[in-house]
Design a protein around this ligand. Structure first.
Ligand code: MSP
Length: 536
């Protein structure tokens, strides 16, 4: 059954610090997926948000001398500002401190208690009184010392609720088997089974009593819901599950909706083991796919605040425009694999693909159209098509098919690479056809007219297929092509129909070439931490 409703989510981020390029990566790709589906006529709901509870947040707030709510409100502003700058098209922004979310979490917990899916037990572990935290046997080592402060730890136990995982393991494995694409890339599934399920899954401790910045368990004073159960619930609380108005939930969590969670490799386990179990306990359907993207690495490892190697997005957007950043993230880092960020790759990617290939195609075409036809798209004479015309048009049709199949399979990078391959073919077509030579030959009028006409349709198509990424420049490109708002549709673009008679306007360069050395130096400077800067 082809599903025409599409629900896509990002993880909800910890608002513990300012977001960096790594967070932007996940959100941008989810946005490209959402926009790609909308473009093709799907009804899409795109969700992102923040995971605002938990001990860490409480500690961070205390360190700043503000209340946890004040703290998360401040960071939320920064996230929202960045998402706006990145032009995310999310339909909602869920925050786990919102009342609607808290209500859903409490309703779920209540149902778990009623149905016997959670039970009261005791949590045992090595406890550090100073740090107020539990550690595992491996973490404390043979000396039994706190890995954080080095003080001796003690065995302690406290009352807690546990989720009965044993009840759902078999059915989870069956779901994996019946839905081979549930976890993608598929290597992640093997990892989950071998590392976590085969060795035996312990029941999951789902409440805490050592801190209070969380959703209170109404049935038991002093207990707050474990932050991961709280966080995962966002995917349905945002749709109204357990609330008065659950129409969005009915629509986008129904069997006829495709549900895709996009997550980083670090949180696969929660999304592919516990989340489906919670859903099963609630009697709800499971997501179609959990798509695990890779991490954005720097030369010295994963980009993370604790490593001090983060790159912030704002200065990149300011200098190169949002499309350059979105394009780099989509095209350079293969979705599903780890990728690296280097200034050299960034500049080279933008120059090669956007300035040279795509930008040139547009400029040369509109330039020649201006020269030979006063800017009006020339006529198409199908009877005069030659092998080159047919080859390019066939390639364009094949590209559309490939683009759709790859996009549906979340092979996002590959789908945009296919479009850029078409762009290269169109540039080669110009080289091979040499319209400047045709223009000098009175007997080649129809050939010239065809060439310019076909190129305009190809540019319209490529611009349309790239529009989920190039959100800023695609409309400008359509302006230059002289297309009216109502003409800018996916159907029209993929039909490759003749745009004869349309008056084009050659405008500013959409993607000016970057001065390689200068821009590499600029980005390197952004990446230099305070220490390196001081030493320089
Ligand atoms: N709050 C949890 C998620 C709960 S979802 C129900 C969490 N938050 S997080 O802010 O630490 O990380 C969220 C996601 O950010 C990661 O899964 C990943 O998608 C993304 N990334 C964080 N750093 C990243 C990179 N360096 N590279 C790519 N993505 C990164 O875990």
């Amino acid at each position: 059954m082809e599903k025409k409703k599409f629900y896509v989510t990002t993880p909800i981020y910890y608002p513990s610090a300012k977001p960096h390029l790594g967070h932007a990566y996940c959100s941008t790709l989810a946005d490209v997926v959402a926009r790609g589906k909308r473009l093709r006529g799907y009804e899409v709901y795109f969700l992102t948000g923040l995971d605002e509870h938990g001990e860490k947040i409480q500690e961070n707030a205390a360190a700043k001398g503000v209340s946890p709510q004040e703290f998360v409100d401040g960071v939320a502003e920064i996230f929202l500002k960045l998402w706006k700058a990145l032009r995310l098209s999310n339909d909602d922004f869920i925050r786990t401190t919102q009342e609607r979310h808290v209500k859903t979490v409490q309703a779920i917990f209540h149902k778990f208690i009623e149905d016997g899916d959670v039970y009261l037990g005791s949590y045992k572990g090595w406890y550090c009184v100073h740090e107020e935290s539990y550690w595992t046997e491996t973490q404390v080592g043979p000396e039994h010392l706190c890995p954080d402060c080095g003080r001796p730890v003690e065995q302690k136990s406290e009352e807690a609720y546990f989720f009965n995982c044993g009840k759902y393991v078999d059915s989870l494995l069956k779901y994996y088997d019946a839905n081979p694409k549930f976890i993608t890339p598929v290597g992640r599934k093997t990892e989950m089974i071998n590392n976590f399920i085969k060795p035996g899954l312990n029941d999951l401790c789902v409440t805490r009593t050592t801190f209070d910045w969380g959703v209170p368990v109404l049935e038991k004073e002093g207990h707050v819901v474990y932050v991961w159960l709280d966080a995962l619930t966002n995917y349905i609380s945002a749709l109204g599950y357990g609330q008065e108005d659950h129409s969005l939930f009915d629509k986008f969590w129904g069997e006829d909706s495709e549900i895709v969670h996009i997550v980083g490799a670090d949180i696969t386990r929660f999304h592919t083991i516990y989340w489906p179990m919670f859903l099963e306990a609630l009697g709800l359907r499971k997501p179609d796919r959990v798509f695990v993207h890779g991490l954005l690495m720097m030369k010295d490892g994963k980009m993370s605040k604790s490593k001090g190697n983060v790159v912030y997005v704002e200065p990149l957007i300011e200098r190169y425009g949002v499309d350059a950043v979105r394009y780099f993230l989509t095209r350079e880092i293969v979705f599903g694999m780890d990728g690296t960020f280097t200034p050299e790759q960034f500049v080279e990617r933008i120059n090669n693909d956007l300035a040279n290939d795509f930008g040139n195609l547009l400029n040369r075409t509109l330039g020649m159209l201006g020269k030979y036809y006063g800017g009006t798209v020339s006529a198409r004479y199908e009877e005069a098509y030659d092998a080159l015309d047919k080859e390019l048009l066939n390639k364009a049709k094949a590209t559309v098919k490939e683009y759709e199949i790859l996009n549906d399979d979340l092979k996002v990078t590959e789908s945009y690479a296919a479009v850029m391959d078409l762009v290269s073919s169109a540039n080669k077509y110009i080289q091979d056809k040499a319209p400047w030579a045709l223009a000098k030959d009175e007997t080649k009028k129809k050939e010239l007219s065809n060439a310019m006409n076909i190129l305009c349709s190809i540019i319209f198509l490529a611009g349309t297929l790239l529009s989920p990424v190039l959100v800023d420049k695609a409309p400008e490109l359509f302006d230059q092509l002289g297309l009216k708002e109502e003409e800018r549709t996916y159907e029209k673009a993929i039909s490759l129909e003749s745009l004869e008679g349309t008056l084009t306007h050659k405008g500013n360069l959409l993607f000016p070439r970057l001065e390689t050395e200068k821009e590499i130096a600029f980005i390197k400077d952004l990446m230099a931490g305070p220490k390196e800067k001081a030493a320089a």
